[in-house]
Design a binder for this molecule. Structure first.
Ligand SMILES: [Zn+2]
Length: 410
């Protein structure tokens, strides 16, 4: 769908205003001029058009710097709903948020990733209808759906990246699967897809601990290892698979063959199955192993310390390479645990180049198991309010019908 040059300049102005309001909260027209670099007349027109479409609100009086007291303009997160989905190894979590990423309802559905993507996507479609009914909303109030998957993603197509990464894993059937198009067929809404650990990092940057940080590493531990990288305030995708820290080589151990075709990958040492075996097979889950360790069981403590040291040794290289200010660690292995986190900190202090390790904050993920869902909502709202997409639907006041055609042909 062609958007004229003047139309795209208008949309860029609308997008810049919305972006500033989402980032900074309610503010005055004068502040919007400063934040966007746009002139007074343009800001005044774009704000009025957004007010006409009920996408922003004009509210409380700001403190005056002389003359008439200006009113603050605010983004209205309540005007639309976002469907958020996280596909995990043994379950799917799905729910609804507002446009600000505020979670309204969440549900967990049992689903084995090894059963393949077609079954999982059908469960998501049914589950989405069910949560909408539960909170009394219709499907056409859903402005878009964000999906996190346990795999590198071809984001332009919204499909699982095809290639040898899955050849020997439990996710073999997911290779190349068109998640976006299949879910769009079932629900008729716009869908965007990314790797779930990328979305966890994005969630923390937008609404969690990493807000305001420019350079952040997010490590997810359990059931396997994954990473998300934020550099210069932007989530990094590389060609598609940036941040796969589970397939960096652990420096001090005898290499083991990895399903990815490599040898000595972190994922061959630190995943739920291996850790439970190392602990003697007496714990039913990693959560149970963590509880034993916290209660002082020396065998469990040793397993978790060793896991943390291995993760830390790999992260020390990542820290040396990127020199981030904040390293967030999430996932079931560290959810209720200090032992792994302490071992990670110690290994980074030992092995990272000192200029990078000094002053680095290493903390638990603050959003925890919600990080990926909050990130999925941010991804959808970023896309909906990007100049190219906003230009298509703004005149309608909400993203419907025509937008779906655009998203599918991008
Ligand atoms: Zn590997």
């Amino acid at each position: 769908m062609a958007v004229s040059r003047s139309g795209s300049a208008r949309a860029a102005g609308h997008a810049a205003v919305i972006e500033a309001l989402r980032r900074e909260g309610p503010t005055t027209r004068t502040e919007l001029e400063r934040m966007t670099g746009l002139g007074r007349k343009i800001i005044s027109e774009r704000v009025q058009e957004l007010l006409d479409k009920s996408l922003v609100t004009e509210g409380e009086l700001a403190r005056s710097t002389g003359g008439r007291m200006p009113r603050r303009i605010g983004f209205r997160p309540e005007v639309g709903l976002v469907g958020v989905v996280e596909m995990n190894v043994h379950h799917v979590t799905l729910g609804l948020t507002d446009l600000g990423g505020q979670v309204l309802v969440l549900r967990q559905i049992d689903a084995e990733v090894s059963a393949g993507p077609a079954a999982a996507v059908e469960l998501v479609a049914d589950g989405m209808i069910a949560v909408l009914e539960e909170v009394g909303h219709a499907l056409d109030e859903l402005w878009g759906i964000g999906v996190g998957v346990l795999a590198p993603v071809d984001r332009r197509r919204g499909s699982i990246l095809p290639g040898r990464l899955f050849a020997r894993s439990a996710m073999a059937g997911w290779d190349g699967y068109p998640v976006r198009d299949r879910l769009h067929e079932l629900l008729g809404r716009s869908v965007w897809v990314d790797n779930e650990v990328n979305l966890m990092a994005l969630g923390e940057v937008r609404s969690g601990r990493a807000r305001g940080f420019s350079d952040v590493v997010f490590a997810k531990l359990g059931p396997s290892v994954g990473g998300g990288l934020v550099v210069g305030g932007r989530l990094q995708h590389g060609k598609a698979a940036a941040g796969e820290i589970g397939h960096l080589v652990v420096p001090h151990d005898e290499p083991r063959p990895c399903w990815c075709g490599g040898r000595g990958c972190l994922d061959t040492f630190v995943n739920d199955t291996v850790l439970l075996a190392e602990a003697g097979g007496v714990h039913g889950s990693v959560a149970e192993l963590s509880r034993s360790a916290t209660a002082g069981d020396p065998g469990a403590v040793a397993v978790l310390r060793r896991a943390g040291s291995r993760v830390g040794a790999v992260l020390a290289d990542v820290v040396t390479l990127l020199d981030p200010s904040l390293l967030l660690v999430g996932g079931t292995l560290v959810d209720d645990d200090e032992i792994v986190l302490s071992a990670i900190k110690a290994a980074i202090a030992d092995e990272g180049i000192s200029v990078a390790a000094e002053g680095l904050l290493v903390e638990h993920s603050h959003l925890s198991d919600r990080a990926g869902l909050v990130g999925a909502a941010a991804m959808v709202v970023d896309e909906l309010f990007s100049p190219a997409v906003l230009g298509v639907w703004l005149d309608d006041g909400r993203p419907v019908g025509r937008l779906d055609a655009l998203v599918r042909t991008r």
